[in-house]
Design a protein around this ligand. Structure first.
Ligand SMILES: Nc1ncnc2c1ncn2[C@@H]1O[C@H](COP(=O)(O)OP(=O)(O)OP(=O)(O)O)[C@@H](O)[C@H]1O
Ligand SMILES: [Mg+2]
Length: 401
């Protein structure tokens, strides 16, 4: 590798990354992608500045499936494009397979075609006039340096066609294939050059819901089988939960929480994450007691007891108690637990797998999902309760999204 000399100006050097000798074994213990304090600002037409990426640090380990999840405009695509080298950040570093690919301070930048990854866009962007074989061979055919021989290209394309389970489709054009088959061709095309890091920017967003679900299952199965590392952008939380080993919940250019789906759902660390993922009930209050045991919170609806959190809370802190609708119990008799309120059923909606109740408690409304067969009708007076382990106490200061 050429020594990355210090750039004199903001001119970026085109760095030759010597990556051909590295094997998977070499890289097994280190992150496939390592991002530190990445920054990217854009100037809008009116002169205002947007911090599209605002200090992101992230590690992607070999075989990880990381989903970037967040509302429109939170910086998901910008982060993905920065990793691919299609966007030049203003600060921070990006390493791919242990090689520096971007370093703002050193003025170092590896051009996109030499980064060891591939990117799958919306609708897979297959060439319609090419067969599956030709589509998959394209990244190899278009290599300027070290282009493999015709025979080797044929071997490698056939090998990845086998890997993704569609060897019989090599002569088909995309319009002669199902959505799932097209997805496999796109994946094969990404894997053919042996990079085993695939970036996806909402590839399923133009597909209708039913097919999308099927494609997700196929994608997750193939990723677990083939073991490539993936960074997948979506604003669909169900998609994120199904696909991810870890979800990076993003907000305004920052990663609000990075954790496995279950943890993000059960143990959100901020009010924003609790509200962005799934449905939540909320009640504002002030901490009365917070030590090693349960957290006791004074609210308008009386005392609430929450699970001892992993967050630093002290008496007097303004907090919000959050809990999920499916953790609530709705009963006619008064339960013998803390966190119980009497109220009126405003709406009772049977949706097959459960009944959703909207309950009026004082001037608040709570949502509950109850698996019980017996349905309680609107206007009945009931008790609702939530057990203390399912109540999470979070700092209140953040506004909800
Ligand atoms: N080339 C650009 N010039 C100016 N602003 C930009 C540019 N690209 C992105 N932005 C702004 O940066 C922010 C992040 O954009 P980005 O496309 O990364 O969002 P996203 O999370 O992918 O959103 P979506 O879910 O809508 O695709 C937005 O406020 C956007 O308007
Ligand atoms: Mg986007």
């Amino acid at each position: 590798m050429r020594a990355p000399a210090r750039a004199k100006s903001r001119e970026y050097m085109d760095v030759e990354a010597d990556v051909s000798q590295q094997t998977i074994q070499d890289t097994a213990a280190q992150p496939v992608v390592r991002i530190r304090d990445l920054q990217k600002r854009f100037q809008r037409g009116d002169g205002s500045i947007v911090r599209a990426i605002d200090g992101v640090s992230l590690d992607v380990m070999p075989g990880d499936f990381i989903v970037l999840l967040g509302p429109s405009g939170c910086g998901k695509t910008t982060l993905l494009r920065s990793i691919a080298g299609l966007e030049r950040p203003d600060g921070g570093t990006i390493e791919i397979h242990g090689q520096p690919n971007f370093d703002a301070e050193r003025g170092l930048e590896v051009p996109p075609e030499r980064r060891r990854l591939s990117m799958i866009f919306q609708s897979y962007a297959l060439w319609p006039h090419m067969t599956a074989f030709q589509n998959i061979a394209y990244p190899l055919e278009s290599q300027r340096k070290n282009r493999p021989s015709k025979a080797e290209i044929r071997d490698r394309v056939r090998r990845v066609l086998e890997m993704v389970g569609i060897p019989e489709l090599e002569g088909q054009h995309p319009n002669q294939m199902s959505g799932g088959q097209q997805q496999r061709v796109a994946l094969a095309r990404s894997l053919v050059n042996g990079d085993d890091l695939v970036l996806f920017d909402e590839p399923l967003s133009n597909v209708d819901a039913k097919v999308r679900e099927q494609l997700r299952i196929e994608l997750v199965t193939m990723q677990r089988e083939l073991g490539f590392s993936a960074i997948f952008v979506t604003h669909d939380q169900i998609e994120a939960m199904e696909l991810a080993h870890q979800i990076a919940v993003m907000r305004e250019g920052q990663v609000a929480q990075l954790a496995p789906p279950r943890e993000v759902y059960d143990r959100p660390t901020t009010r924003y994450v609790a509200n962005f993922i799934g449905t939540t009930n909320e009640l504002l209050g002030t901490v009365e007691e917070a030590g090693s045991g349960d957290v006791v919170v004074a609210t308008d609806l009386g005392r609430m007891v929450g699970a001892p959190g992993d967050l630093d809370l002290a008496s007097g802190d303004e907090v919000v108690a959050v809990w999920r609708p499916e953790r609530c119990e709705v009963t006619r008799d008064e339960p013998d637990t803390p966190n119980r309120w009497q109220g009126r059923v405003v709406a009772s909606m049977f949706v097959g797998s459960h009944t959703e109740y909207l309950l009026q408690i004082g001037d608040r409304q709570f949502r509950t999902w109850s698996p019980d067969v017996e349905v309680i009708e609107a206007n009945e007076t009931v008790w609702v309760s939530v057990a203390q382990p399912h109540v999470r106490i979070l700092p209140a200061e953040e506004p909800t999204p």
